[in-house]
Design a protein around this ligand. Sequence first.
Ligand SMILES: Nc1ncnc2c1ncn2[C@@H]1O[C@H](COP(=O)(O)OP(=O)(O)OP(=O)(O)O)[C@@H](O)[C@H]1O
Ligand SMILES: Cc1ncsc1CCO
Ligand SMILES: [Mg+2]
Length: 271
Amino acid sequence: MIQPLQLWHKVLAVRNNAPLVHNITNYVVMNNTANALLAVGASPVMAHAHEEMEDMVNIAGALVVNIGTLDSYWVTSMLKAIGQAQQLQKPWVLDPVGAGASQYRNQVLHQLLQAGSPAVIRGNASEILSLANTVSATKGVDSTHSSEQALQAAQAVSASFNTVVCVSGETDFIVYNNTITGVSNGHALMTRVTGLGCTASAITGAFCAVADGHYKDAAIAAMAVMGVAGEIAAAKSDGPGSLQMHFIDALYNLSEEAFVNHVKLSTHESF
Ligand SMILES: Nc1ncnc2c1ncn2[C@@H]1O[C@H](COP(=O)(O)OP(=O)(O)OP(=O)(O)O)[C@@H](O)[C@H]1O
Ligand SMILES: Cc1ncsc1CCO
Ligand SMILES: [Mg+2]
């Protein structure tokens, strides 16, 4: 299993390389995720015009595709960007926001996954269950399942698309090639701030950009950073409003000592 200090070196790699992360993401979280990417030391750009998709992927270290507020124009943007990422063998991360909530989302997800294989799919438990066709309908963008309940689905999705799957929740599980790593950090208050899952996906993109193909470790590092920063921030917060502010500060100020002392990793049997 990867050790906390090795994960910390990945945090330093993001800070030292400041990778450009191209996000096609939703209106709700654009500002939050751009700020979180800056706070971990990456460089965000949010763009979805058809005319610039190729150019943007050409200069980016990673692409993040988030279907949170999708429409047909954006789907074409996503397909263009994914096509270019596949062409250049650059990593892309898929956040299947609201998978299972509508037929349209399911159909678009199918189309995106036909266009290429993402380095990482990061979603909450209900979304991963929906991707595996294990549940037929979900409530919306928030999970009604625990991450444990989605473990088998995560393994199925990982095998189908040959991709790392990260299911977030009280424990985040990162699944690939019959290995399961758990990250048991974070705080329940994080579910009361919109888009922290989207932030997790964006940060996963930043770690993928400096991962040299080791996308499972990139996803573990991203979720560990999210969780530890979330714990540090929650300890200073009175509620969701201040959590959002303290979270960005905690990402920015994260030290080796705090990271290594907080991070809680585990390995699990696959089945
Ligand atoms: N009960 C919990 N305890 C600790 N941490 C949690 C808990 N639930 C979620 N988290 C953390 O919150 C972050 C967001 O995960 P979550 O599963 O809520 O994503 P999401 O549902 O996709 O969010 P959104 O759609 O609003 O972006 C992750 O870093 C995760 O580890
Ligand atoms: C609330 C919401 N609706 C569409 S995307 C989004 C952000 C959290 O996923
Ligand atoms: Mg989400």
